[in-house]
Write a protein that binds this ligand. Structure first.
Ligand SMILES: Nc1ncnc2c1ncn2[C@@H]1O[C@H](COP(=O)(O)OP(=O)(O)OP(=O)(O)O)[C@@H](O)[C@H]1O
Ligand SMILES: [Mg+2]
Length: 313
């Protein structure tokens, strides 16, 4: 297996007393998309800002293509493309001139610069609007140009912070296709999002982040296996809950029971089969079901299972 393009070990970042990133470790290989999935305030932007050399880490080690981020920033910077959560564009300048600005920052000049600008504009489908001022662009077009700016110097590692927020479905598909193409070309990609469908669709592996920590990291399929055959949340009257917890013989598809927020959390080997058994048991014992929720095996459910919280509240 090739060495990872990005290696992060034990990263810590504090803002005063608040620990925004707590001992975060992960790596990304060539041609791999790693998703960083987490709710507001999880620490995604803080993590990505450290990797983009915009924020110094308090602890930990980051290596890009083997170079140390803190000790050898001049080696690391040319290898990284960063697409920030907030747009980094000059509204009065044209798309072309914005890209020329970023390209020069990365040391591109003359013909090489000219060719790269034309190439990235083509990539993000904005070549026809090259000479229009950015302030005349739609939100989705600005996002695409923002991505083009992060790609101007052909980075080996692309850092994308929520690139699809506020984007129309067409631009969103465009961005997805584009990421898939970069991946095929071998770019290592870190993709932060709080949309679990995006993480499921795009990412080879997903790191689930909450309150500054990575609480799980695996392929989307591997993460979903944490749910086993699915989970049922059920609320029954208090006097029936204990009896239900003990009714293992009547519920052979039940794997385990815990109490969470006044509900029983039933881990199953097959949610649909367990649901039928549960309903039959309630009927037989004349127990009313006060609330019922079946978790589909998706990343949102995994997050709920791991944290007891929803990704979006
Ligand atoms: N400049 C700052 N000063 C103080 N605290 C900060 C600063 N930036 C972020 N934080 C805090 O650090 C934590 C992580 O924030 P961060 O922006 O990394 O989260 P995020 O996962 O990117 O969230 P979002 O999905 O809202 O973009 C939050 O508690 C936030 O309030
Ligand atoms: Mg953020």
């Amino acid at each position: 297996m090739p060495d990872p393009v990005l290696e992060v070990k034990g990263l810590v970042k504090r803002y005063g007393d608040r620990v925004a990133v707590q001992r975060v470790s992960f790596s990304i290989r060539e041609g791999e998309v790693l998703g960083l999935l987490g709710p507001n305030g999880a620490g995604k932007t803080t993590t990505i800002s450290i990797l983009a050399t915009l924020l110094p880490p308090d602890e930990g080690e980051v290596r890009v293509a083997g170079y140390d981020l803190v000790r050898e920033p001049h080696r690391v910077k040319p290898l990284i493309g960063f697409v920030p959560q907030d747009l980094a564009l000059y509204p009065t300048l044209s798309a072309w001139d914005n890209l020329a600005f970023w390209g020069r920052l990365y040391g591109l000049r003359g013909r090489a610069l000219h060719e790269r600008i034309a190439a990235v504009l083509e990539m993000v489908g904005l070549h026809e609007r090259a000479h229009d001022p950015v302030k005349t662009f739609s939100g989705g077009m600005k996002r695409r140009l923002n991505i083009a700016a992060g790609l101007i110097h052909r980075p080996r590692l692309l850092l994308l912070d929520e690139p699809t927020v506020g984007v129309d479905p067409q631009s969103r598909n465009f961005i997805f296709e584009h990421i898939e193409r970069l991946k095929a070309e071998g770019t290592a990609i870190l993709y932060t999002t709080h949309y679990m469908e995006e993480a499921e669709r795009l990412c080879d592996r997903v790191a689930i982040m909450d309150e500054g920590r990575i609480i799980a990291l695996d392929t989307p399929q591997g993460l979903m296996r944490l749910l086993g055959g699915g989970i049922i949340y059920v609320r029954v009257p208090d006097d029936a809950a204990a009896a239900l917890s003990r009714a293992r013989d009547a519920l052979p598809h039940l794997r385990g029971v815990t109490v969470q927020d006044h509900r029983l959390k039933l881990e199953t080997t097959d949610a649909q089969a367990a649901l039928l058994e549960l309903i039959a048991w309630c009927n037989r014992h004349n127990v009313s079901i006060l609330s019922l929720e079946v978790l589909e095996p998706n990343l949102e459910s995994v997050f709920l299972h791991l944290t007891g919280k929803r990704l979006r509240d």
